[in-house]
Design a protein around this ligand. Structure first.
Ligand code: DX5
Ligand code: ZN
Length: 220
C-alpha cells in the first residue's frame, strides 16, 4: 500500500482567509490540500474554480489535490494546469465517452490524473481506467453524494475500496466524505491510503491531532 496522504478539504475552511487556512493545515501536518471544484450543474452547489486555485498557488507550494465535480472536465484541464493544480480528479460519470483523451491531456499538462466514482457507480466501471493504456494515478471512492461537506460516511462503499485494494496493491485509493476519527478505521482497513477530511479537521480544536490520528490508522 502506498504511503498515507492526508488531505484536508478546503471546502470546510474560511474562504475569506484561504491562504492562511492553507498554511495552517500544512503546519498541522497535512500532505495535500483537497480543492473541491464544483460547477452548479454536475452537483447542486457552486464553489471554487481556476481563479481561486491560481490565487492560492501564489501563497503555497503544497500539492493541490483538485476534485472536479463538473459536467465538462475536459474544459478545465488547461486552465487548472496553468493555475497550478497538482492533481486533477474527474468524475467517471462526466467522462464516459472521453476518459482516455482526458487522462492523456491531464498527464500531458503535468498533473496527476485521478478518477472519482459517485456512490451509485459500480467499481467495475473503473477497471479499464486503471489497467488501460492511459492509466489513472488514483481512484477516488466517494463516501457521500458529492456536493457538500458535513455529510455522513457511507460504510457500504468500503466494499469498493476492498475490491480495488485486492486488485491493485500499489494504487493510490482516496476516500472523500464523512471521514474523521469515528470512520477512519473502516476506511483504512478496507485499504484506502489517501484520506480527505473537511469538517472533522476544520471543526476540531486540535486539527493537528486529527490529522495525525488519521495517518496513524492508515499506517497501522
Ligand atoms: C463533497 C466534497 C468533499 C467534502 C468533504 O462533495 O467532495 O471533499 O468537502 O467534507 P467532509 O469531510 O466534511 O465530509
Ligand atoms: Zn472532494
Amino acid at each position: 500500500v502506498p504511503p498515507p496522504k492526508i488531505a484536508p478539504s478546503m471546502l470546510s475552511s474560511d474562504f475569506a482567509n484561504l491562504a492562511s487556512e492553507a498554511k495552517r493545515m500544512m503546519e498541522c501536518g497535512a500532505d495535500w490540500l483537497h480543492m473541491d471544484v464544483m460547477d452548479g450543474h454536475f452537483v447542486p452547489n457552486l464553489t471554487i474554480g481556476e481563479p481561486v486555485i491560481k490565487s492560492l498557488r501564489k501563497h503555497t507550494t503544497a500539492f493541490l489535490d483538485c476534485h472536479l465535480m463538473v459536467t465538462n472536465p475536459l474544459d478545465y484541464v488547461e486552465p487548472l494546469a496553468k493555475a497550478g493544480a497538482s492533481g486533477f480528479t474527474f468524475h467517471l460519470e462526466a467522462a464516459r465517452d472521453n476518459w482516455e483523451s482526458l487522462v492523456k491531456q491531464i498527464k500531458a499538462a503535468g498533473m496527476q490524473a485521478g478518477v472519482s466514482l459517485k456512490p451509485g457507480t459500480s467499481v467495475t466501471d473503473v477497471y479499464p481506467l486503471v489497467e488501460g493504456e492511459h492509466q489513472v494515478d488514483m481512484v477516488l471512492i466517494m463516501t457521500v453524494e458529492p456536493g457538500f461537506g458535513g455529510q455522513n460516511f457511507m460504510p457500504e462503499m468500503m466494499s469498493k475500496v476492498k475490491d480495488l485494494r485486492n486488485r491493485y496493491p500499489n494504487l493510490d485509493i482516496e476516500v472523500d466524505g464523512g471521514l474523521g476519527p469515528a470512520t477512519i478505521e473502516q476506511a483504512a482497513k478496507a485499504g484506502a491510503n489517501c484520506i480527505v477530511a473537511g469538517s472533522s479537521v476544520f471543526g476540531s480544536k486540535d486539527p493537528a491531532g486529527v490529522i495525525s490520528l488519521l495517518r496513524g490508522h492508515v499506517l497501522a
